[in-house]
Every structure is written in C-alpha cells, then in structure tokens.
Design a protein around this ligand. Structure first.
Ligand SMILES: Cc1ncc(C[n+]2csc(CCOP(=O)(O)OP(=O)(O)O)c2C)c(N)n1
Ligand SMILES: [Mg+2]
Length: 812
C-alpha cells in the first residue's frame, strides 16, 4: 500500500485489528509528516556527518575496504531517530547487530566510538596490545554509555561483534538483549531493546533471519520486539528491467513472521525520519518486531575496490548521474529558508575539522587496543588490567547436608495440591531411594550441580528442544499438574530462600538460532551458567556457524570470554547413522593445544593455566559425579571458557553409572583422568596392556575384561577431559605400568571420535618411546551402521582387539 510518493507500508497479513488501525492512523492522517525547522536542521547535520565520514575515509585510505554507505547515507539519521524516539519512551540500553555495510560509520556517528580509535585501525603497522589474533575493523564490537542529546537521558549503546557470515549475529544480539532485560528485571522490554540491521540479499536469503524472528514469540526467548532496518540497495534504483531482483524481496520474510514492513525511499530523508519514528513507536506500543526497508542504491561496488561497471554498466551509468542525498536535501532546506548556504558549508567544515583533528591524534596511538572494542564488559570479574582474580579453582565438592537437601527436593513435589503423573511419581520415588543410599545418577548429579550454584547466586539457564523433561525423559525439571491445565511447578526454584532463579526452557525447533541466542545470553554476565542441549549431539551441525565463528575463536578474535556449555548426547548404541555421534572429532580438531609439544608439567597450577590458555574445554564424563564437578568448575573458575560435554544416553539409566556422595564431598574435584584402581593397579608391573578410553565404552571394556578374567593383565584408564589434554596425569599413568603396551580404544569409527586427537598427544607425553595402538571400528563415511546386528558385531570385534594381547604383535 503506498501512502505517499516515498513511503509504502505492508501490514495486510497482520490479523490484529487494533494494530492495523494504529498503522493506518499513522500514515493516513493528513499532515502527520511535519517537522520543525530545528528537526530539519538536526537531520541535515546528521546527513553531513554520515556523508563526510565516508568521504574522509575515502580521501585518507583510498585503497582500503570500508564497505561504505554511499547511496544510503540516511542510515545514520534513521538509526539516530529510532534511538531518540526509543529513549524518549524509556529505553536506556540499545543492543545492535549489523553487517559490514556502513558499520564504521555507525560506530563513529551512532555509537560514537572515538574517531581516533577507528582511524588507527587503518594503520597496519600498529601492534595489537591484547591477547588474541584480532579481527578486521568492520567486524569488531563496541560498548558505550552516553547522554542522548535529544532526550537528555543516559543511554548505553552496544554493538555486538560479528563474523563475515551474514545474519549470524542476529540471534546473538537477541540473546544478549534477553539477558540484559532479565538481569535488570525488565520483563516487558521497556528499558532494553535491540536493533538489527540487514542487507537486502542477506535478509531475504539467510534462514537464520527467519529462525531469529520466530524466537520473538516464545516467552523465554522474546525480547519484546526488535526494530529491523534493511539497507535495501538491490531494487531501489534501476530503470533497467534486466536488473530484476535475484533474491526474494524482504517483504517475503516479514510476511512469514507477521511483522509490518515500512518501505521508504532513502532519497527522502524526512520520509525516512518519519517512518523510523513510527517504527520505534510501534515497538514501544505493541512490543513486537517491525521492519524498516530503506530502499536505496549503492554508489560504489560491493566494496570500494570493486568496479560495478564490469557487471552492471547501465545501472551504474544511472547511479553516477544521481545527486547525493545530502546535496539534494541541503538544496531543499536552503530553498525553504531553513538554513542558508554559508551555514550549511560551516556545518561541513566543522565536521571535516573534527575528523582531521582525530586523524592527527590517531598518529600518536602506539598500540591497538582490541579491548576497546568489547561489546559487554564484565565489571568486577577481572582485575583492572583485565586479568583473572586468581589462578586457582576451589574444591567443587559440597557438604552432605546440601547434597541431601537438593536430593530431597529433586525427588518431591514442593507445592501443595499438585497431582503429578503416576509414572513420574515412580521416577521421583526412585530418585528418593538413590538419595537415601547416598548415590546419584546422571539426572540427580545435574540437579546437585544446578541446585548448589543457584544457592551461590548463579543464575542458570538451560535451553534446547525438550530440555524441560529431557529428550530421554530423565530430567523432569518442570512438573505438570495432571488436573489443572498449564499448571506447572519447577522444584529447582524452591530450593533455598534468596536463591538465584533457574530458567529451563523448551526452545523452538531450531539449532542455529537457539545456540546463537544462548551464546548471546551468556555474553551478558559471567555469573550465570548458560547451557544449550542438543536433542541429539549430531544436530549441532545445523548450528555449525555459531560454533565455528563464535564459540571456538570468539575470544581470539574479539577478546571476549564466554562460558556457554554445550550438552551433546553422544554414543554408539545401534540407533543408526544419525543420533549416534556428536562428532567429537570436529570439536577436538578445533582445539588450540599443540599435539607435538610437551608443556612444562612442573609449572604451578598447571591444570588451571592450561584451561586459561585453551579456546574451549572438551569433556566426556564416565560418571555422574564427574559431570557434577565439571559443571560446578565451569563457574568456580576465575575465567570463562566454552565447555563442550558429550553426554550419555543409555548411561543415564545404567546401574553402574552411579556416583557415591563421597565422590562429591568437600575436597573432591573434577577428575581430568580417572586412573585404573582395580587389581591391575595393585600390581602394575604385571600389567601387559594399558587401555585408554573415554566415555561409555569404559563400561563395555570393564564388562569384557571381567568376563575374560583379565583384571590383572589389562589396566583401563579413562580420559575425562580430552582437551586441554591432561599430559601430566597421563604421564604418571604410563610410568606406573612400565611393561604395558599402550592402546587407545574407542567405539567410534577410526576417522572419527578421539583417536586422531589423542594419539599424537599420548606419543608426545611418552616422548614417542612406545607405539600407541588402536582398538576400535574401521574408518567409515557414516558415523554408524543402520543395522543393529552389524553394530553388535563391530562392538565385539573392537572388544576382541582390545583384549587380545597378541593383536599388535605383527605390527611391532
Ligand atoms: C552467509 C554468507 N554468505 C555469503 C557471504 C558473502 N557476501 C558478503 S557480502 C554479500 C552480499 C550481501 O548483500 P546484501 O545483504 O544485500 O548487502 P550489501 O552488501 O548489498 O549491503 C555476500 C554474498 C557472507 N558474507 N555470508
Ligand atoms: Mg544489498
């Protein structure tokens, strides 16, 4: 629907009458688009800044990519209008995400990063002062608190760092926004909001846009409306039908997600300003998403080094003839008598001078500070110079009283008149018996870890598909009254007076969007344990971009620590090629520790230093007790690292996979390695083979060893923390069994699992003195066979190899 020459609005797919009336009234009331002379002058000044900033960069660094805004200079006044209006309506924190186009300009003129800090990013000779390998200037984030000049209110602006992968930062921005709202008690999104910028092609083409929009209707994920701004340079300026669109129009996306979309011609700055005001008002009125589509053109190529005439000669001939919007608007205001020519020129030279002075100051900068580009500082968590407050980790154990109390709540219904399902009563009763016997299974160990951290003031958020009940129906963190519809109870929130809140939320059926969201949530505070659980571990690969671009290298690129935990159900259980493998090999391949260099094992706090240096921690626990410890360690560490945990399926109910309270008492801690402690360890000199393994295969190995009566000859040592690799503890193990052959045993196929990661590191541990043999499945293309019988045959074969003491004779 076109309301005036320069504005089009689409909302016919919105089926709420009040919302439709509201939009109509905003655009159909005669004379609504009136601005005072003061407002017009502000708009002109903002256009001056936007335009002259790009010109300045072009003059100084003509051969550098900057992904300039030329053709859509109105983006700067547009964003500032949205922020002014939102600030007027009570918002004091705006979190933004955006792609490359115009990013430096937004940093300079919207977020107000010091110009000299931006300019010195162009100086390739400056050395980086911070740890990490850094990133290119148009990806870095930013955090800034300032006074909004229009409303005279404090406002904090933060721009989330992003990778080149377009739209990948969208859910991250939403997650961070949700966290900031949560921690300041802003339950309706009145104080904290997000603005997302998009390119037209990326907005229409990337599925993550849809996944992110979709989250906004879910209670534990909604941020109560985001203002989306599309820099639409694809379709706006063309007289040539051959330039027809090559991707769907942004409308298509907004229609699917029930958001109104306002198209506006970016050559009409006043129409843009009006539309942005309406969009901000829409958000603060209805707390729903809205899209502003800035229909513009791109004066240069994709970047400044590109020649667009190569491929779009006719369109670019037209574009070259186009007067810049600043010039057009200035002429208009001069003709209206709002400003005169000298005033306009004065405004330009004033800003040019600001740039020149900042440029001169940037020459004095000796080093680059990537830390200046952090999107969310964690005040108080580090020392003033950004170091951890200590390099130790206290015991993660708990007193018997605490364990018993949590266990009792976990096996009861802590509210009156609440009828739970009979099957669930049995599960809770079994839990109660475990507690009486001072033991825990997996679900109870998790309860103990969460419940105790809540007591210590740590907020916990567990998100993923079906996490409330647990995919394997083992968790049951949300009880449902069988007689009252939608009445629920979360016992974890009834543990202690003044405890921190526990959030457990079933997500939408999305991995990319939801994992990005949780990563963003975890950015906001170091005092929260944020966990994302995959339904099955292999589903993480639809969120690969978040893992590859954010979680794995995030700290190295953006000096940004993040303590997110990934729970990935993993294990070969005859269930076919899918649902078997969480792909440990991929996570291990991305660990930054050197397989060929033995670290200094005598160093004080060796284990903590290793954790501090790593890019993430990868564990596969074989006991519930160890799972409990590693979750608690995640928060008790004086720094934050992502934690990848391969979690069990059948072990959830395995009668031997239990831990005693004694393994969780004060003084106990996470065991990076669980050494053999049976008969083989009593007479280590007699041991012929030392088998190393991780995770569930341990139980197959011990059963087989017993059946073969080989408990004296074969020792089995579990590596629970795969990365950083426990060189120190494994060296002790190897030295303990001088006459033993060494073998790595895994149930995964040889080209998968842990083998390629573990083998060179074990060899380094022993200075390559002995071979490290392999007992496991052959290499394969698929993670597992689809045939149950083949699965069992393969398992038996690997056990045969593991216990055949002659198996490797012919190779030596
Ligand atoms: C996921 C992803 N795929 C491909 C690219 C490569 N790429 C960079 S910019 C770009 C075009 C983006 O077009 P648009 O979203 O319209 O933004 P514009 O550059 O026109 O502002 C492409 C394909 C990318 N960065 N991310
Ligand atoms: Mg585009």
């Amino acid at each position: 629907m076109a309301y005036c020459q320069h504005i089009g609005v689409e909302f016919m797919f919105i089926n709420d009458l009040e919302q439709c009336q509201w939009i109509r009234q905003k655009f159909e009331t005669p004379g609504v688009m009136q601005f005072t002379n003061e407002e017009k002058r502000t708009l002109l000044a903002r256009l001056v800044r936007s335009t002259r900033f790009e010109e300045f960069l072009q003059r100084k660094w003509s051969s550098e990519k900057r992904f300039g805004l030329e053709g859509c200079e109105v983006l700067i006044p547009a964003l500032k209008t949205i922020i002014d209006k939102s600030s007027e309506n009570g918002v004091d924190y705006v979190i933004m995400g955006m792609p490359h186009r115009g990013r430096l300009n937004v940093l300079a003129n919207v977020i107000r990063k010091e110009l000299e800090q931006i300019f010195c990013q162009f100086d390739s000779k400056l050395e980086a002062a911070d740890e990490g390998s850094g990133d290119v200037k148009y990806h870095l984030g930013m955090y800034h608190r300032r006074i909004n000049r229009v409303t005279d209110r404090n406002i904090t602006l933060s721009l989330v760092a992003n990778p080149s992968h377009l739209e990948a930062a969208d859910p991250v921005v939403m997650g961070k926004t949700k966290a900031e709202q949560f921690y300041c008690g802003d339950t309706e999104g009145k104080k904290v909001m997000s603005i997302l910028l998009h390119g037209d092609a990326a907005f229409a083409g990337q599925g993550i846009v849809y996944e992110t929009f979709h989250l906004s209707d879910l209670p534990s994920y909604t941020t109560h409306g985001t203002v989306h701004v599309v820099v639409n340079n694809q379709i706006g300026f063309t007289t040539d039908p051959r330039m027809a669109r090559s991707s769907p129009y942004p409308t298509d996306v907004a229609r699917v997600v029930n958001a109104p979309i306002f198209h506006v011609n970016s050559d009409d700055p006043e129409a843009v300003m009006y539309v942005c005001k309406v969009a901000a008002e829409w958000r603060s009125t209805f707390h729903k998403d809205v899209v502003v589509d800035l229909v513009c053109y791109r004066r240069n190529g994709h970047n400044e080094m590109d020649e667009p005439m190569f491929t779009q000669p006719l369109m670019y001939k037209q574009i070259r003839k186009q007067k810049p919007v600043l010039q057009k608007y200035a002429e208009l205001l001069v003709s209206q008598g709002v400003v005169n020519q000298p005033e306009y020129e004065e405004e330009i030279s004033k800003y040019d001078k600001i740039c020149e002075e900042a440029f001169a100051r940037s020459k004095d900068e000796k080093i680059l500070h990537i830390k200046h580009w952090l999107d969310s500082p964690w005040p108080g968590f580090f020392t003033l110079d950004g170091q951890p407050r200590s390099m130790t980790c206290p015991s993660t154990g708990l007193t018997e009283d605490i364990l018993t109390h949590i266990g009792n709540v976990a096996s009861s219904v802590p509210v009156e008149d609440f009828t739970i399902h009979g099957g669930l009563s049995r599960i809770l009763k079994t839990r109660g018996e475990l507690v009486k016997n001072r033991t825990v299974d997996w679900a109870l160990a998790e309860y103990m870890a969460f419940g105790s951290l809540l007591k210590e003031g740590i907020h916990i958020r567990l998100s993923g598909q079906d996490v409330e009940r647990g995919t394997f129906s083992h968790r049951h963190h949300v009880l449902h009254d069988q007689n009252v519809d939608k009445r629920t109870c979360i016992p974890m929130n009834h543990l202690w007076p003044n405890q921190a809140p526990y959030t457990v939320c079933n997500s939408s059926l999305s991995e990319y969007g939801v994992l990005g969201f949780e990563l963003g949530f975890a950015m906001a505070s170091p005092n929260a344990l944020v966990l994302w659980e995959a339904q099955f571990g292999d589903f993480h690969n639809t969120a690969q971009c978040i893992i590859d671009q954010f979680i794995c290298p995030g700290q190295a690129k953006w000096v940004r620590q993040n303590g997110i935990v990934l729970l990935l159900p993993h294990g070969m259980e005859g269930m076919g090629p899918e649902h078997s493998s969480a792909r440990p090999e991929r996570f291990l391949q991305m660990c930054n520790d050197d397989p060929d260099v033995l670290p200094d094992l005598k160093e004080a706090n060796f284990d903590i230093n290793q954790l501090y240096d790593c890019n993430w921690v990868v564990v596969n626990c074989s006991t519930p007790g160890n799972f409990f410890h590693v979750l608690r360690r995640q928060i008790l560490l004086p720094f934050r690292k992502p934690l990848i945990i391969f979690t069990p399926k059948s072990l959830l109910r395995h009668p031997e996979a239990r831990s005693n309270f004694d393994e969780m008492l004060p003084g106990t801690h996470f065991q990076r390695v669980i050494p053999e402690d049976g008969p083989a360890a009593q007479n280590p000199g007699n041991v012929k083979r030392l088998l190393f393994c991780t995770g569930k295969v341990y139980y197959d190995l011990t059963r087989e060893r017993k059946a073969r009566d080989m408990v004296e000859q074969v020792a089995i040592t579990r590596i629970e923390q795969l990365s950083p690799f426990p060189f120190d503890l494994l060296l002790q193990e190897v030295q303990k069994y001088p006459n033993a052959e060494l073998a790595w045993c895994q149930e995964e196929h040889k080209n998968q699992g842990y083998y390629d990661y573990v083998k060179p590191r074990l060899r380094t541990t022993i200075s390559r003195a002995k071979p490290v043999w392999y007992a496991g499945r052959d290499p394969a293309a698929a993670p597992a066979t689809g045939n149950k019988k083949t699965h069992l045959t393969e398992l038996q074969r690997l056990l045969d190899t593991a216990f055949d003491l002659d198996a490797f004779k012919n190779f030596s």
